[in-house]
Design a protein around this ligand. Structure first.
Ligand SMILES: [Zn+2]
Length: 222
């Protein structure tokens, strides 16, 4: 058996063991595709729906509104141990020419740091998983995990209003490896943005460390 036919055989076996499924609803589909029901639901944000960047952030790209089916997919990714959903949503972003153009403006990817508690609960770090997906799709370097760090504990953001969220996060982030961000255009990555205060505070820390330009991408916006 040649290497090629062995690979083909393995590929077929893999298909049989784990047939490709729609990343959003789990129905069997052709590889790397959404099913016929989910594809039309995954509508991109139209002009006018796109949120303006929060304070301190130069540019913001949000893939979708935080509504089903995207909301359900993000919740399953975070709480249902389905990291592949995140990778699929990042791939869906890269099917858009304007996202390629946006990503090309940056020098380095820095995911919003998640807390040790969040990582323990999920078994993986969601923003980092998304950052790795962007690196894999376009080759933009991904900064080491300790580049941007949460330097003090904060309260859960969901229980707070806009003003409280900003106060809660002020000074929460610090940059550990300033040489990686100095003079650079930095792309922050997170799963969802609501008031934007997380992005604002992370951007503040990056600018203090010398970043020249700070943008952010999130899968969804509330
Ligand atoms: Zn589907």
């Amino acid at each position: 058996m040649t290497a090629e036919s062995a690979r083909l055989k393995l590929h077929r076996m893999g298909w049989w063991l784990a047939p490709p499924r729609c990343p959003l609803c789990g129905r069997p589909v052709l590889p790397r595709q959404l099913c016929a029901d989910c594809a039309p639901l995954l509508k991109r944000l139209e002009l006018g729906q796109r949120p303006s960047p929060p304070e301190g952030v130069d540019r913001l790209y949000c893939g979708w509104r935080y509504r089903d089916p995207v909301q359900a997919a993000i919740l399953r990714m975070k709480f249902g141990h389905r990291p592949a959903l995140g990778e699929n949503l990042v791939l869906a972003l890269f099917s858009r020419q304007d996202f390629y153009t946006f990503a090309a403006e940056f020098d380095i990817i820095i995911p919003i740091p998640s807390t040790a508690k969040e990582r323990r609960g999920r078994g993986y770090d969601v923003p980092r998983l998304l950052g790795r997906g962007i690196w894999a799709a376009c080759g933009l370097p991904l900064a080491p995990a300790d580049t941007l760090q949460k330097i003090r504990e904060t309260r859960r953001q969901v229980d707070l209003d806009g003003e409280q969220r900003r106060a809660n996060l002020r000074g929460a982030y610090g940059v550990q490896r300033a040489q990686l961000v100095e003079g650079k255009a930095v792309l922050l990555v997170d799963d969802v943005t609501t008031t934007g205060s997380t992005l604002t505070e992370a951007a503040r820390a990056l600018r203090q460390a010398g970043a020249r330009y700070v943008g952010a991408v999130t899968l969804a916006t509330a």
